[in-house]
Design a protein. Structure first.
Ligand code: GLU
Length: 372
């Protein structure tokens, strides 16, 4: 069966840690593996970091660029080099590739999201491997994906992938950082994100290594991808050939099973692409109605509002402790909601002086968190 497979590789796997120069043998193995997957008729997308790392090496900069402008300039140097190397390697195996540079801003407009979807579909139909990165050179802070783990999960969802592979510098996920905790337990399979709750406590306490070593963003990526039905694997970036073995059923790395009830593309866009700009705190009755009974959110269940936000902005819905239970697109601005929170729907026209929507968030625009 032809599968759609997204593979993400990070700078630490692509470059030599000491010098920052390219890890050519890893790259060559990756290129060989992905080309083989293409020859088996699978549709393949590569999400590759490395623009900043390669740019630094190219320019002989010893330190990480600190200012935004320097980082963006270095990325512009590195991205060109990186694609050149990929194109040379893939071309030697007759495999066409394409460069796709994205920012969150490109996907926020629903039309932009659909446009990106169509472009990926066309590339995959042409048998091309898109090589994706964040468009670091122009991305502005508030519209960044921030890290390529998140980007790869969003791309996996966008292309309706069957698999997302997150290649990294450890062989799998452990209950703590195996480099400095001898009691760290390997984790082979996560069937539900709820299983990770205990683990997150461990990571949350760690200020070094595991906590900041990239595992949190990988788990977040797994959460995003599995919620839209993508099986996700964290595995060793130095052995890209493992991908084929995993696809044949070997239990390498850590696998996250896809949600049995994946959200549709539009809800995925609401939950993961749109940056939430406000918060609504709900009473327990409203939480039960939206999470357990599939109802829309009404003004009566809202106790507190954090804004400002406008009509149709994305907001987080929280319990009294601030824990997120859902996200959605609001039918009212924060100014209007301040007036009508706690009101029964039939009283809203009287309070506002005009007839608004019956619901504050319609259930079609409401996405319940996986943990609920
Ligand atoms: N987009 C960045 C780069 O190519 C990397 C971001 C990341 O590794 O998460 O250098």
């Amino acid at each position: 069966m032809a599968l759609t497979i997204v593979v993400k590789i990070g700078t630490s796997s692509l470059t030599q840690p000491e010098t920052g120069t390219l890890a050519l043998s890893t790259l060559a193995l990756l290129v060989e593996t992905l080309t083989q997957l293409r020859r088996q008729e699978h549709r393949v997308v590569l999400v590759s970091s490395g623009a900043v790392g390669v740019g630094r090496a190219r320019l002989g900069l010893r330190d990480r660029p600190r200012t935004i402008a320097l980082k963006q300039a270095v990325a512009a140097v590195g991205q060109g080099r990186l694609i050149r190397v990929y194109d040379d390697l893939f071309t030697s195996l007759d495999q066409p590739i394409a460069q796709v540079l994205l920012t969150r801003g490109d996907l926020i407009q629903r039309s932009g999201y659909v446009n990106a979807y169509n472009t990926f579909q066309q590339l995959l139909r042409l048998g091309v491997i898109p090589v994706v990165n964040e468009n670091d050179t122009v991305a502005v802070e508030e519209l960044k994906f921030g890290d390529n783990d998140t980007l790869s999960a969003l791309v996996a969802s966008l292309v309706e992938a069957d698999w997302l592979f997150l290649l990294t510098d450890v062989d799998k996920l452990y209950s703590a950082d195996p480099r400095n905790n001898p009691h760290a337990q390997p984790i082979d399979l996560i069937t539900h994100m709820k299983q990770l709750r205990d683990l997150q406590v461990e990571m949350g306490n760690s200020q070094s290594g595991w906590g900041t070593g990239g595992m949190i963003t990988k788990i977040e990526a797994a959460r995003i991808a599995t919620s839209s039905g993508v099986r996700t694997v964290i595995t060793d970036g130095k052995s890209p050939a493992n991908l084929a073995r995993i696809l044949q059923g070997e239990a390498l790395g850590t696998q996250f099973e896809p949600s049995p009830r994946p959200v549709n593309a539009r809800k995925h866009w609401i939950a993961h692409v749109l940056p939430p700009v406000g918060k609504l705190y709900l009473d327990p009755g409203a939480i039960k109605a939206i999470c357990r009974k599939g109802k829309s959110l009404l003004a009566a269940g809202i106790t507190q509002i954090e804004g400002p936000f406008r009509f149709q902005d994305a907001v987080q819905l929280c319990n009294a402790d601030g824990g997120e239970v859902a996200r959605g697109l609001v039918n009212y601005s924060s100014l209007e909601l301040e007036q009508i929170k706690g009101c029964h729907s039939e009283n809203i026209p009287q309070v506002l002086g005009y007839v608004g929507a019956d619901t504050v968030i319609h259930r079609d625009n409401l996405v319940i968190s996986e943990e609920q």
